[in-house]
Write a protein that binds this ligand. Structure first.
Ligand SMILES: Cc1cc2nc3c(=O)[nH]c(=O)nc-3n(C[C@H](O)[C@H](O)[C@H](O)COP(=O)(O)OP(=O)(O)OC[C@H]3O[C@@H](n4cnc5c(N)ncnc54)[C@H](O)[C@@H]3O)c2cc1C
Length: 373
């Protein structure tokens, strides 16, 4: 096992897994886990070696996210958003923030979804207005930001200042005056990830905080971000499916009917549900692995795979956690099994932008030779 995976296993077994139920029950942000991940270098996993990071890539990031999601999808999603933001900061951001991320001292996230654009994050309605020659003022109603007020920075979308194009991206210090999170996150699932709305009122940001050119947000979202984001969210669903099937298997192999001492696992119906769920999860994993292979080889079908991977794994997670609830029966309603937590957590991926329905439309368009939007 690679060194970083050994470090990760330690953090999961000592900190993340033991706290997962409380993280969910109390909607508690996993700060201790992030501190441990930072100290182990794992917040800087995709940061370049020359600024102190581990210099690894998407193939390694999926291993980390997948392992954490088996026990705590909330923490896995916080890390997913951190890696998703970091790849853009690495390419377009300033060195001081890059170094802070590499050193494990800085958590970032994406602030793209808005009350106006809803899940269509590629078409923000929030604004960036020039304030003198060196600054802009940001105004926005971001609808759900993972790590809201907990992250050190937001990778932020707005309409362009002056250029053509759908959007412009910024790196916004989360402590700037004018930023507020009017309500805490009290969600159905992923309750630990602080996915609250964030409001911006005349937030003054230097032009040097712009990520890429004015108006280039759409190209950056599609070219640089979508492969990372879709693969990592899909991967979080994969880890979650493994976690729920482990828990369901443990339950049915340990539970007996007193009348004849047979177990739940002796029922062919229950075993068949388990088998079907395993096949569904493994199908999604094969597609994820092929997505990574397509991206690594620069295959012509890589973008189609990217669109498929999030929809496939997100929908599979809905089916697999549904099956796990049925397999475990009434016992699954109890919190101690951990099955109902993963069932609730699984609901998020399919409605996170790009949602499964949007992806189906994009994939259908791609197959028909039509432009995506
Ligand atoms: C736990 C959690 C964490 C999140 N974290 C972040 C984050 O860190 N950063 C961030 O920017 N956002 C985040 N989001 C927001 C997320 O990405 C989506 O923007 C949000 O979930 C969309 O919700 P909505 O009510 O606006 O959906 P709507 O856009 O109103 O969609 C409602 C329904 O309509 C469907 N629909 C919408 N458009 C189309 C279409 N064109 N074709 C077919 N069907 C369509 C959708 O699939 C959905 O079923 C998070 C969301 C959740 C649940």
């Amino acid at each position: 096992m690679s060194n970083y995976l050994e470090l990760l296993e330690n953090i999961v077994t000592r900190t993340i897994a033991p706290q997962a139920a409380d993280t969910d029950r109390e909607a508690r942000y996993p700060r201790q886990a992030l501190d441990a991940l930072g100290a182990a270098g794992l917040l800087g996993l995709v940061s370049s070696k020359d600024i102190g990071g581990l210099g690894l890539g998407l193939a390694e990031a999926v291993q980390v996210v997948e392992r954490i999601a088996r026990d705590c999808p909330s923490t896995a999603m916080v890390l997913t958003m951190h890696y998703a933001g970091t790849v853009l900061i690495e390419k377009y951001g300033q060195e001081d923030v890059r170094r802070a991320i590499a050193a494990g001292r800085h958590v970032t996230t994406l602030a793209w979804s808005e009350a106006g654009s809803r899940s269509h994050f590629w078409a923000p309605v929030s604004t960036a207005v020039a304030d003198g020659a060196e600054h802009v003022l940001l105004d926005a109603r971001k609808s759900m930001v993972t790590s809201a007020q907990q992250a050190d920075s937001y990778v932020w979308s707005s309409r362009p200042v002056a250029a053509e194009g759908p959007s412009t991206l910024w790196l916004v210090d989360s402590k700037l005056p004018g930023l507020s999170a009017p309500q805490a996150f009290d969600g159905m699932g992923l309750r630990g990830n602080a996915s609250a709305p964030v409001k911006a009122e005349k937030v003054r940001v230097p032009l040097t905080a712009r990520l890429g050119a004015d108006g280039a947000g759409g190209d950056i979202m599609n070219g640089d971000e979508l492969p990372v984001f879709c693969t990592l969210i899909g991967t979080a669903s994969l880890g979650l499916m493994d976690g729920v099937l482990e828990r369901a298997t443990q339950h049915i192999t340990a539970t007996q009917f007193a009348e004849n001492s047979s177990g739940l696992a002796d029922l062919p119906t229950i075993r068949a549900y388990l088998a079907r769920a395993r096949i569904r999860a493994d199908q999604a994993r094969c597609l994820r692995d092929d997505t990574l292979a397509a991206l690594a080889a620069g295959r012509p079908d890589a973008m189609l795979r990217v669109l498929e991977v999030k929809a496939s794994a997100g929908e599979a997670a809905l089916e697999v956690t549904d099956a796990a609830m049925r397999i475990c029966g009434g016992a699954a309603f109890r919190k101690d099994l951990g099955v109902e937590r993963l069932f609730r957590d699984s609901r998020a991926a399919s409605v996170m932008g790009p949602t499964s329905d949007v992806l189906y439309d994009f994939i259908g368009r791609a197959l028909c030779g039509m432009p995506l939007a």
